[in-house]
Structure formats: structure tokens, C-alpha cells
Design a binder for this molecule. Structure first.
Ligand code: CP3
Length: 349
């Protein structure tokens, strides 16, 4: 009888990068890599008239997750879902109007808050775990699988405004006016996020990314209380139950708060946003933490020489330390496929 050869410790480049290794070329994936810039996604999406229905269909969501892997061979797949499945599973209905983004019944006061369930309804999220189960059997060995959730502050900002806003003024006002009520909401989201991520990991993802897309609108004390502390608690809660899981945090746009964030929160990698200074990051952050980022999605959309020189600059500035190539925010729906191909040629050499 021949025994199978043991696999190398990490057969997946992203896991090596998350372990702090510096690789000859950085692994790469893109935020929102499954989405409308892909013709095959638009075709699949057209088979369902509701985006939430799409997210809760294991057949459609698993195919959407795999599409960018099949086309580009990225080093990681990210679960196809949305950060707003958490409000839905807490009893706040979510819908997406064509071309207008998310719509929820806004939470304006204590009565609105009291309509939420005490705990997240994980049964409602069963299709997400089923999606993970299907995808994990289809992924090539070297491709890592990333799950995710929105950070409590970002998710709460949509729950309070009931939609996207340019600066999350409704949630900031709510947090300043009613800090005790807001604390209850954030606490509920912390527990819900831990339960949700632990179940994603049990179903088969190896890495989870916590998207705090709106962390950058908060002043220092509010940033600590509503962004940093909740993410810290989620990271602790997840690591306590799943010590092998890897965590990437993306506190977008927090500039000089990044250092304090790293001092406090135990994560495996820090997602950089478009405007983070890569030279400063190389000098002060990469010595202690793997970073991920941060090509401007608008440069990817532009293409041409500016794309090539920006990709080369980022590679030059960040490749000496542990690094995962990504965008500084999600890929834009009008991005040409050829630009993604060109970006990959430059990265892969
Ligand atoms: O990265 C991936 O490929 C996985 C899928 C993913 C989606 N949303 C699919 C999606 C992920 C990781 C998200 C995260 C998400 N969703 C965030 C955090 C990251 C960020 O971009 O800041 C936020 C804030 C949301 C909330 C959300 N979902 C908004 C504001 C919108 C409308 C804007 C838009 O792009 O249309 C969505 C819809 C959404 N989520 C789409 C997709 C593919 C587009 C809807 C469609 O295809 O019809």
C-alpha cells in the first residue's frame, strides 16, 4: 500500500503570506472580484430578479464565487454574499433596488431597535453555509477560500440610515445622540458576527475578512469605541473558537489610526485602502504585519501605462515584506476585463 505524500505545510500562497512569509511574487485576489464587471456574472445574475435571493441560492452563489477563479486563476476565492445578510438574519428586511443600492427599514429609535431579534437566526443563513460547502469541493488546491462579514460600525450605518449615504451622517448622529442605544446595537452585531464567521469557518472557509468600509468617517474616540473595539472582540471571539482561522481586517480610510488598530487588534493581515501611503506602510507596518492592497480601482478602470506603472510601483514598494496584492476598495462594474488580465501579467511577471 502506498501512503499519500504529506502536503507541504501550506500549499496555498495566501496562507504563506498570512503566516508572514515573503514570497517571490505576491498572491493576488480582488475585493468584489465576483460581480458586474464579469459578463458571465451579469448573465447568471439575470436569472434571478432579487439580489438577496441570489445571495441565498447555493447554486447561483457558488457559481458566482467560482467565476473569477475560473477566468483569472486568482489565489483566493471570496464567498459570494453581502454584508447585509446579517441585518436580514436579525429580522430587518433588506432589498436592493435596481441601480440604487440597498434599502432597509431605517432604525431611528429604541422602538426600531427592539424590533430586531435578540440573536442572529443562523437557520436563515444556512444557504450561505451550503454555498461554502459546495465551493470548497471545487477549488483548486492552491486557492484559498475567504469568508467575510461587515464590521459592526459599517453594518450598523446601513441599518440606521436604511440605505447607503456619502458620509454615514445618520449613524454618526445616532451614535452621538443615543450612545447607550447604539452600544446595544453594536453589541448585538458583535455577537452575530462571531457566530456567523465561526459557522462560515466550520463550513469550510480558511480566512475571514472583516470589512469596515466606513471606519474612516469617525473621529478618534468614536473610531476606538465603534470600529476598533468591536473588531477586536470579533477577532478574539473567532480565534477563541477557531484558532487556525486567519483574519484580515479592512478598516478603510483610517489613516494614522492604523498603528493604534494594529497595537490593539490581533489579526493576521491588514487591508490597506487606496490612499494609504505604501512607503510608510513598508517602513512601519510590514515589519510586524502582512498587508493587503491597494491599487486604486480607478487606475484599474483606466488601464494603459498608468495601470502598468502603478502596479509596478506597488510591487516595488510592498514586495520586500509580507504582502497580498489587491485593490484599495472593490472593483468597479465598468472595469474592462483586459485591464484585470494586464494587471495579472505585470504581477505574475
Ligand atoms: O467580493 C466579492 O466578490 C464577494 C461579494 C461581495 C458583495 N458585497 C457582492 C455584491 C462582498 C464582499 C460585498 C461586501 C459589501 N457589500 C460591502 C463592503 C465592501 C465595500 O465595498 O465597501 C458593502 C458596504 C456592501 C453593501 C452593498 N452591497 C452595497 C452598498 C451595494 C450596492 C452598490 C453596488 O455595488 O451595487 C451592494 C450590492 C452588491 N454586493 C453587488 C454585489 C455583486 C451588486 C448587486 C448586483 O449584482 O445586482
Amino acid at each position: 500500500m502506498t501512503l499519500p505524500l504529506p502536503k507541504p505545510l501550506n500549499s496555498k500562497p495566501i496562507l504563506d503570506a498570512l503566516a508572514g512569509k515573503v514570497l517571490p511574487r505576491p498572491p493576488v485576489w480582488l475585493m468584489r472580484q465576483a460581480g458586474r464587471y464579469l459578463p458571465e456574472y451579469r448573465e447568471l445574475r439575470a436569472t434571478s430578479d432579487s439580489f438577496m435571493h441570489f445571495c441565498f441560492s447555493p447554486d447561483l452563489a457558488s457559481r458566482a464565487t467560482l467565476q473569477p477563479i475560473e477566468r483569472f486563476g486568482f489565489d483566493a476565492a471570496i464567498l459570494f454574499s453581502d454584508i447585509l445578510v446579517i441585518p436580514e438574519a436579525l429580522g430587518q428586511k433588506v432589498s436592493f433596488e435596481q441601480g440604487e443600492g440597498p434599502r432597509l427599514q431605517p432604525i431611528g429609535d429604541a422602538a426600531g431597535l427592539s424590533r430586531l431579534h435578540d440573536q442572529i437566526d443562523l437557520k436563515l443563513l444556512e444557504p450561505v453555509f451550503e454555498t461554502i460547502d459546495r465551493v470548497k469541493g471545487e477549488l483548486p488546491d492552491a486557492v484559498a477560500f475567504i469568508g467575510f462579514c461587515g464590521a459592526p460600525w459599517t453594518v450598523a450605518s446601513y441599518m440606521i440610515a436604511g440605505k447607503g449615504t456619502p458620509d454615514q451622517a445618520p449613524a454618526r448622529l445616532f451614535a452621538y445622540r443615543y450612545p447607550e442605544l447604539f452600544e446595544k446595537l453594536i453589541g448585538k452585531l458583535v455577537s452575530a458576527s462571531i457566530d456567523y464567521l465561526v459557522r462560515q469557518i466550520a463550513a469550510g472557509v480558511e480566512i475571514v475578512q472583516i470589512f469596515d468600509s466606513w471606519a474612516g468617517v469617525l473621529p478618534g474616540p468614536a473610531f476606538r469605541k465603534w470600529s476598533l473595539e468591536p473588531i477586536l472582540k470579533i477577532a478574539q471571539g473567532v480565534k477563541a473558537k477557531c484558532p487556525d482561522a486567519r483574519i484580515i481586517a479592512f478598516p478603510r480610510g483610517v489613516a494614522t489610526h492604523l498603528m493604534e488598530f494594529l497595537d490593539c487588534v490581533d489579526i493576521d493581515a491588514l487591508g490597506l485602502n487606496t490612499s494609504d501611503n505604501t512607503r510608510w506602510v513598508a517602513q512601519y507596518i510590514q515589519g510586524r504585519k502582512t498587508v493587503q492592497g491597494n491599487l486604486d480601482p480607478l487606475v484599474l478602470l483606466t488601464g494603459g501605462d498608468s495601470l502598468e506603472s502603478e502596479v509596478r510601483r506597488i510591487l516595488y514598494e510592498l514586495s520586500a515584506g509580507p504582502f497580498i496584492f489587491n485593490l484599495g476598495h472593490g472593483i468597479l462594474p465598468s472595469t474592462p476585463i483586459e485591464h484585470v488580465e494586464k494587471m495579472l501579467r505585470v504581477i505574475r511577471g
